[in-house]
Design a protein around this ligand. Sequence first.
Ligand SMILES: [Zn+2]
Length: 274
Amino acid sequence: MRITFCGSGAGAAVNPRRGASSIHLAHGDARMLVDTGPGFMERMADSGLDPDLVGDVVFSHLHFDHAMGVVELFSRLIVRQGRPVTVYGPRDTDMYIEAALGFAQVNATNDFVRTWLEGVSVELTRPGDEREIGGVEVRSVEVPHAPYLECLARRFEAGGRSLVYTGDTTYAPEILVPLADGADVLVHEAYTESCLERMTEGMSESGRAGLLRGVRGTHSRAESAGQVARDAGVGTLVLTHIMPLEQDWELVEEARRAFDGTIVVASDGLSLEV
Ligand SMILES: [Zn+2]
């Protein structure tokens, strides 16, 4: 499996250096996108990847910074008469895709559009789901992120190699350590408290409290990601979902407190053979 980051940023703030979350996964002839944050197609182009070849889309959850770009993908594929795709996602993905297809449909009106629309399919991959997608075994578990929203972490396995992607989650070792057990690569979302300090400088007390509560209650510190990597015994830890005021070295330093294996901070265009 080869993964390429087409977006390594967090969605809460616009980040000129990073697109929102999206990972391109290639295995044999299969091409899938794991999350489609808005703007991911520009990042794909930067990496020399072709959106027309994508056969499957796998959502971790439906927050805009992980899913909204699917409208861009559909709009392109309809106009270019690309192949229909299958979308895998948590609860409500069917509603989301119906709406996305509605937006995309405005771009073209001909017989091909109808055929293409009919070819798009949605598979709900609820917690505990195990299936094969494009020759890759995919296991899904629910992680704690936001209220009323089902968020899934995934384990991808092919050819004896394994990749785990947490999506967005708070520190959840009881769920993520078993999922990431012995994985070759763990892609874990991460932030640092130093970044939060920089973000909240000059804010009102209530604004500061709200932002801290929001981030701390829904995301994972880099040190927590390191703890999961250590306890699961993974080979490489990749930190992603990076906020604009983060410093790469601080992310690594924090994760390093717990994990002594290879630590990489994701960047748009980063490509790794798993
Ligand atoms: Zn996010």
